[in-house]
Structures are given as structure tokens and as C-alpha cells.
Design a protein around this ligand. Structure first.
Ligand code: SF4
Length: 370
């Protein structure tokens, strides 16, 4: 069993953000923490005799590090008490560089956290200001040093591609600084703007220019080459790790394993059903405080055909790819995509090349059953 825990509070709203998050408020956070533990307890009761011992826990957000290291530690303790943690379970927490001091890292790791995901996003101060981040590049590197010195088995860094004002050279300079700090894992995501974000409005007013697609593609391909040269495996479209440090929790999503998500807006895949909790913090807390599960939304049974389509969509995101047989309906398109250098085959499996990963949406759409 795997558990995702959503912490929907942040220090402030970043200019590009479209996540389910709001600015933190002490009393709300306390109430929400109580609701989270209550929801986890409710699920434990509902799952009855099922073995709920967790192979991985991922505490994401939002900004979970608006909680102290001690508070994260007691949350992990509360989860372990209710569900159980398997020996060697991966326990990740996302950390914003503007939050924790060294003692927080130490307390979280002492409480069972063994994977830290640091939201560096950029190592350019202008870019960080534009993104509305509450830290500068120096603070991000200090946070990374604290994380790598904390004793966590794995440290991951998130970086954004395609930040306005940057180019491939400045992106690579930042990436090289990150690599020099020796995290075990790096995630690279293209900056996407929600329609109503402040940055999106600034783009519409012509005050900020987003880079062209070709520029972002150049950054991505240069980053892939740089990461591979530094010994990182490109194991998923956006993710690179040193051997043995792929994120096991996220790998489970791409393998279509079951997981439970708790907290406002958290998604689950359980018993063949996909659903998510209400994103409304108030509705979430109200239901749980009355002893009921939060309202589930988007409930959908994943049948055989949908399951196969998911297997293709999610499997092709990873370097492992999918068995060739599952793409039998693809006919000559498979060969065409291989000739174009977007797909590669081996050992009875098919996977995307780095160029294919860059065009993953288009390539995967070509390979889905009609
Ligand atoms: S980008 Fe992350 S830290 Fe910034 S507001 Fe969104 S969830 Fe919070």
C-alpha cells in the first residue's frame, strides 16, 4: 500500500501556480492536521483486515515544510501508528528552500523521513523573483547543502525549464551547480502557467514573454545530455536519478499500482477506482470532523480497455517503456516512430527516446488504441 498526503498550505502564492494550495494560517493548519490524521484513521477502519503496511509515503503540497521538522516527524509517526510502515519504506517530504533550518531536516529524518525533495526551481535570482519564490539562489543552495548533510538516503531537486528571461546556457549553468551539490535525484518540469495566475496575466498584458517551444526543447535536450554525462539515469520523462534512487512512490503511479491519497484534493487509485477528495478545504474539514470521509469526486471505474490505455500512457513515460505486444494495434505507426528516432525497442519492450520524451504527448496519442 502507498500513501500520498496533501498539505495545501504555502508561504505565499507563487506567480505561476495552479496547484491546490493556499497561504498558511496557523489555526487552519492545526485543524487540517487533525483532519488529516482523522481521515487516515477512518481509512484504516474501512480497509478492515487488509494489510495496510505502507511501502511508501509521499508528503506533498503545497508546501509541507510550512510545518516544522518536528511536526512532520509526528505526522509520519501518526501515519505509521495507523497504517504501519514496511521495513525500508520510502518516506518523502517536499521542502521549500525558504522554510527549514538544519534542525528541521534533522528532526524530520529522525522521525522517519528518508527522502527530501527540494523545490529549487531556478538558480537565477531574477527568475526566482519573477516566479514569486520566497528564496534566492543562495538560499536554495544552502537548503540543498542542509538536505544532503541531513542523513536522508535520497535528496531530490526540482528545477523548472522555460522560465522567461533564461536560455539554454543559463539553465545549464544552474543545472551544473545542482549536479555539483550531488543530489541523488533531479526532476525537470517545463513551466506551465495556470490561466488565472499573476504571471499568465502579465504574459497577456505583454509584460512577460514566455520562451518559444524550440527554446524549451533545447533546454530539455541539453539537460538530458548533461544529466546522463553526470551518471544520472533518465528513468522518466521529467526525472533523473543516480542508480538505485528512482522515486519508488512515483514509480508506483506509472506502474498503475494502487495508492491512497489523503487531504483536500488528494487523488486515489483503489480497488479499480480512481477518485479524488473534494478540493474545498472547508468541505474536507467539515466532513472529517463529523466522522465521515470527505466527499469523493471524479469517481471512475477503470475497466479493461481504459486500463490498457493507462498502461500505455503511464508506461511510456518511463525508460522501461511497455511490452511491444500491448501496442499490436499500432501497426506501421510503431515502425514509423522508430524510424523518426522517437521510439526505440529492445528485449520485447518499446520505450521513448529523449526526443520522443520531448514530444511524449504527441507520440503517446499516436499509440493509444482507437
Ligand atoms: S508553486 Fe508550490 S510553493 Fe508555490 S504556491 Fe504553488 S504549491 Fe505553493
Amino acid at each position: 500500500m502507498r500513501l500520498y498526503v496533501h498539505w495545501p498550505f504555502c508561504l505565499s502564492r507563487c506567480s505561476y501556480c495552479d496547484f491546490n494550495a493556499r497561504v498558511c494560517d496557523e489555526s487552519r493548519m492545526r485543524g487540517y492536521m487533525a483532519a488529516l490524521l482523522a481521515e487516515i484513521g477512518l481509512w484504516r477502519g474501512l480497509l478492515g483486515r487488509r494489510d495496510t503496511a505502507l511501502s511508501s509515503v509521499y508528503i506533498g503540497g503545497g508546501t509541507p515544510s510550512t510545518l516544522s521538522g518536528e511536526e512532520i516527524s509526528s505526522l509520519v509517526g501518526g501515519i505509521a501508528e495507523r497504517f504501519g510502515l514496511r521495513e525500508g519504506a520510502e518516506v518523502t517530504v517536499e521542502v521549500n528552500p525558504a522554510t527549514w533550518v538544519a534542525e528541521d531536516y534533522a528532526a524530520a529524518c529522525a522521525g522517519g523521513v528518508n527522502r527530501l525533495s527540494i523545490g529549487v526551481q531556478s538558480l537565477g535570482d531574477d527568475a526566482l523573483r519573477l516566479l514569486g519564490r520566497k528564496h534566492d539562489a543562495a538560499a536554495a543552495m544552502r537548503a540543498l547543502a542542509k538536505a544532503t548533510g541531513s542523513g536522508a538516503a535520497s535528496v531530490s531537486v526540482d528545477l523548472l525549464l522555460g522560465v522567461p528571461g533564461g536560455d539554454a546556457a543559463s539553465f545549464l549553468a544552474g543545472l551544473r551547480e545542482v549536479i555539483a551539490a550531488a543530489p541523488q535525484h533531479v526532476s525537470l518540469y517545463a513551466l506551465t502557467l495556470s490561466v488565472n495566475s499573476p504571471m499568465s496575466r502579465a504574459v497577456r498584458r505583454g509584460e512577460v514573454a514566455m520562451p518559444e517551444e524550440d527554446e524549451v526543447a533545447e533546454q530539455y535536450l541539453a539537460a538530458c545530455a548533461e544529466m546522463e554525462a553526470a551518471g544520472y539515469e533518465h528513468y522518466e520523462i521529467s526525472n533523473f536519478s543516480l542508480p538505485g534512487h528512482a522515486c519508488r512512490h512515483n514509480m508506483a503511479y506509472w506502474r498503475r499500482e494502487e495508492y491512497l491519497g489523503v487531504g483536500a484534493g488528494a487523488h486515489s487509485f483503489l480497488g479499480g477506482y480512481r477518485f479524488h477528495n473534494t478540493v474545498s478545504l472547508l468541505a474536507y474539514m467539515r466532513s472529517v470532523s463529523r466522522g465521515g470521509l470527505p466527499p469523493a469526486e471524479g469517481l471512475e471505474y477503470v475497466g479493461e480497455a481504459e486500463g490498457r490505455a493507462e498502461e500505455i500512457m503511464l508506461g511510456l513515460r518511463t525508460a522501461r517503456g511497455v511490452p511491444r505486444g500491448i501496442l499490436a494495434h499500432g501497426g506501421s505507426r510503431l515502425g514509423d516512430l522508430e524510424e523518426m528516432g522517437l521510439l526505440a525497442a529492445g528485449g520485447g519492450r518499446v520505450h521513448l527516446t529523449a526526443r520522443g520524451m520531448l514530444l511524449s504527448n504527441e507520440v503517446i496519442a499516436e499509440l493509444l488504441p482507437a
